[in-house]
Design a protein around this ligand. Structure first.
Ligand SMILES: Nc1ncnc2c1ncn2[C@@H]1O[C@H](COP(=O)(O)OP(=O)(O)OP(=O)(O)O)[C@@H](O)[C@H]1O
Length: 255
């Protein structure tokens, strides 16, 4: 479990995170949602250990970040996989090279061990014939699959995804969401996703943390969203007429 207690972060006079307390559990897709500027990215950077909070604690299966030695922090970072917004693949490297990169950087595995692992994760994300292609030669959805393969190649305990659906058409976005959720369950990972996408919220929001102006305004599951009276979350999620209608139908059916 990732446990966050009373997290605060300011930049000068701007108090961006205001006392966030929450937990993220194993085998679940956890979503951080909120309007632009609400503090989602800053929160995720704190979770990744890239930003140091001013106050509060983050513990990863009992490992409290602030109390770890340099070596222990390095080990923790190796337990983290990251899917960046826009995939962030190296253009000059093939698909295989991109996925192998963390293994080359952080392990002493032999070439054939690395190739086996790369083949395994590329197969897992349903990319079998793309090893020798360059990012520019494959579609946006395939690039996301490569980014996911690269994020899981080191067998992480924690997977962080920043807007994994950005730039994808709705069908491909759902496939990517489902892939992330399947992988989360299959490998019992703690996955935390920064998202703007309401389809993702409804589809894979097993736990949703809603930030408003740096405060945790609401948390719950995608099903709880249908029933909640919290105006801030309903206004945010149901800014679309379609979702308003879906909610009414859901409440009428009583499930
Ligand atoms: N390094 C920084 N220095 C100063 N201010 C920052 C820094 N990083 C973020 N901020 C401020 O913190 C606030 C929250 O930013 P953040 O990027 O976390 O929002 P967000 O919810 O991720 O928005 P978006 O959905 O648009 O990505 C913003 O007002 C931003 O200007």
């Amino acid at each position: 479990m990732i446990e966050v207690v009373n997290l605060h972060k300011s930049f000068g006079d701007a108090h961006v995170l205001k006392g966030i307390t929450t937990t993220f559990e194993k085998g679940k897709t956890n979503l951080i949602i909120g309007q632009s500027g609400s503090g989602k990215t800053v929160f995720m950077k704190c979770l990744l250990g890239l930003m140091i909070p001013d106050e509060g604690t983050i513990s990863y299966d009992g490992r409290r970040f602030a109390l770890l030695s340099g070596d222990e922090r390095r080990d923790l970072r190796q337990d983290m996989g990251m899917v960046f917004q826009g995939s962030a693949l190296f253009d000059s490297m093939t698909v295989e090279g991109n996925v192998m990169f963390p293994l080359e950087m952080f392990t002493k595995q032999s070439r054939s061990e690395m190739e086996d692992r790369v083949n395994f994760v590329l197969k897992r994300v349903n990319l079998v014939d793309a090893h020798k292609k360059f990012p520019s030669e494959i579609s946006g959805g395939m690039q996301k699959r490569v980014a996911i393969a690269r994020a899981i190649v080191m067998n992480p305990k924690y997977l962080f995804c920043d807007e994994p659906n950005s730039g994808l058409d709705p069908n491909t976005a759902i496939l990517i969401d489902n892939l992330i959720q399947e992988i989360t369950k299959e490998y019992d990972i703690i996955t935390v996703i920064n998202s703007h996408d309401m389809n993702s919220v409804m589809e894979i929001g097993e736990k949703i943390v809603f930030l408003k102006n740096g405060v945790k305004e609401w948390e719950g599951t995608n099903k709880d969203i249908f029933r909640t009276d919290n105006k801030a979350i309903t206004d945010f999620v149901y800014s679309s007429e379609l979702f308003k209608k879906v909610r009414q139908m859901y409440l009428k059916d009583g499930d």
